[in-house]
Design a binder for this molecule. Structure first.
Ligand code: RFL
Ligand code: PHB
Length: 390
């Protein structure tokens, strides 16, 4: 088989890149080690920046999102039961965020790919990128016990944090910078109306909590937990009790509970790998970086990587210039480090750390005071939350 761009990974990064390339007339094949159903079973991000929503439209897959997403103009921050609203719209000069689940977005991208008859190979075993240092890279894999080979011009490593591209590159000059946080998030998805029409981020003595949503009838909630905890040790009832304990009384009383559609624990970490280009192999999305979910930046960063990479590939094929590909890593990393800083900051301000001193706690309180009393401080938060420019 031969294609122009072989994309490893059928998550949001790989699918969005594939769709944009196809619309520009650039041929691509996507490979994933798991099935379509497995990918759609993952419950992940929920908040999209305007830049990402625009890219979905650019890729021709924005129609359902436009109909079904919820536009949010702000969110609440709660510190020790004191509520402060961040007015995203006014502080950011008229920007909003879109609440639309990663599962729905992935579904839309997969449907469009299928409708266009583009090739996606699911359940591809032992996928390996080869010879990306030279002019003729290729990818090998096994399907139903048969070895296969795809020759290509470029390989896009969109295979997430546990993918093969990171593994291959970690022996080949890639540098990784990492920070691991001493807690995780226990998440619950339920078909119940959200407690509030906007998101609520809570710093409480028992730990962080987040009230989020997927629609007017589907809620997503999180509570901070220890990294050592097992999801099997939690029932939905235990979760609802813990969530309510961390919310202000008035809000807690309004929580509508129901059976869990999904419960899982995600560890929190910050990771950046540099550079993001190795010859004809380019990394994008979680394959190159991880942010703690507090700032809602993971999926949005995947989209900005794809934007820069798509521009570079488009210029290569349509304008016969490699200028965009040559600056890909530098441009993407600049935006990534800004989002890493913001995600780290919001994580540090909103969580209770196991080894926190009174000094650390007073600093958190001063951070909250600044957000409440300084327009400059809340403007900086709002600008980052709605997304820095591409
Ligand atoms: P993905 O979505 O991980 O997709 C990578 C794809 O590559 C495939 N793959 C391979 N294919 C072939 N061969 C191999 N050897 C392969 N290894 C892996 C995988 O099967 C998969 O289909 O990465 P992508 O596309 O870069 O997208 C990134 C986003 O998924 C991610 O940034 C966000 O979901 C992060 N994230 C969140 N971000 C937010 O903005 N808000 C959130 O609330 C939020 N919650 C989360 C999250 C990530 C989580 N993870 C990774 C555990 C909650 C969780 C639990
Ligand atoms: C979510 O809805 O899953 C979500 C929203 C905002 C975050 C993190 C997760 O900061």
């Amino acid at each position: 088989m031969r294609t122009q761009v072989a994309i490893i990974g059928s998550g949001p990064s790989g699918l969005l890149l594939g769709q944009l390339l196809h619309r520009a007339g650039i041929d691509n094949i996507i490979l994933d080690r798991v099935s379509k159903e497995h990918i759609l079973g993952r419950i992940r991000a929920g908040v999209l920046e305007e830049g990402m929503a625009q890219m979905m439209e650019e890729a021709g897959v924005g129609a359902r999102m436009k109909r079904e997403n919820l536009l949010h103009d702000g969110f609440d921050m709660v510190f020790d039961d004191e509520v402060h609203r961040i007015d995203l719209f006014n502080l950011s000069g008229g920007k909003r965020v879109h609440v639309y689940g990663q599962t729905e977005l992935t579904h839309d991208l997969m449907d469009a790919r299928e409708a266009e008859g583009l090739t996606t190979i699911h359940e591809a075993q032992n996928v390996q990128p080869h010879d990306f240092d030279g002019e003729k890279p290729y990818v090998t894999y096994e399907k139903d016990g048969v070895s296969q080979r795809i020759d290509c011009d470029f390989i896009a490593g969109c295979d997430g944090f546990h993918g093969v591209c990171r593994k291959v590159l970690s022996d080949g000059g890639m540098q990784t910078f990492e920070k691991v946080y001493p807690f995780g998030w226990l998440g619950l998805l339920a078909d119940v109306p959200p407690v509030h029409h906007e998101l609520i981020y809570v710093n409480h003595a028992r730990g962080f909590a987040l009230c989020s949503q997927r629609s007017e009838t589907r809620s997503r909630y999180y509570v901070q937990c220890a990294v050592s905890e097992n999801v099997e040790d939690w029932s939905a009832d235990m979760f609802w009790d813990e969530l309510r304990r961390r919310l202000p009384d008035e809000t807690a009383q309004k929580v509508i509970t129901g059976p869990a559609l999904e419960m899982s624990i995600a560890p929190l970490r910050s990771v950046v790998s540099e550079p993001m280009r190795f010859g004809r192999l380019f990394l994008a999305g979680d394959a190159a970086h991880i942010v703690p979910p507090t700032g809602a930046k993971g999926l949005n960063l995947a989209a900005s990587d794809v934007h820069y990479l798509f521009e570079g590939l488009r210029e290569h094929y349509l304008d016969r210039s490699d200028a965009g590909l040559d600056v890909y890593s530098q441009k993407a990393l600049h935006r990534i480090w800004n989002a890493e800083r913001f995600s780290w900051w919001m994580t540090s301000v909103m969580h209770r750390f196991p080894d926190m001193s009174t000094f650390d706690r007073r600093i958190q309180q001063a951070e909250f005071y600044q957000l409440v009393h300084s327009k400059a401080a809340s403007t900086a938060l709002a600008e980052n939350y709605v997304g820095l420019p591409y």
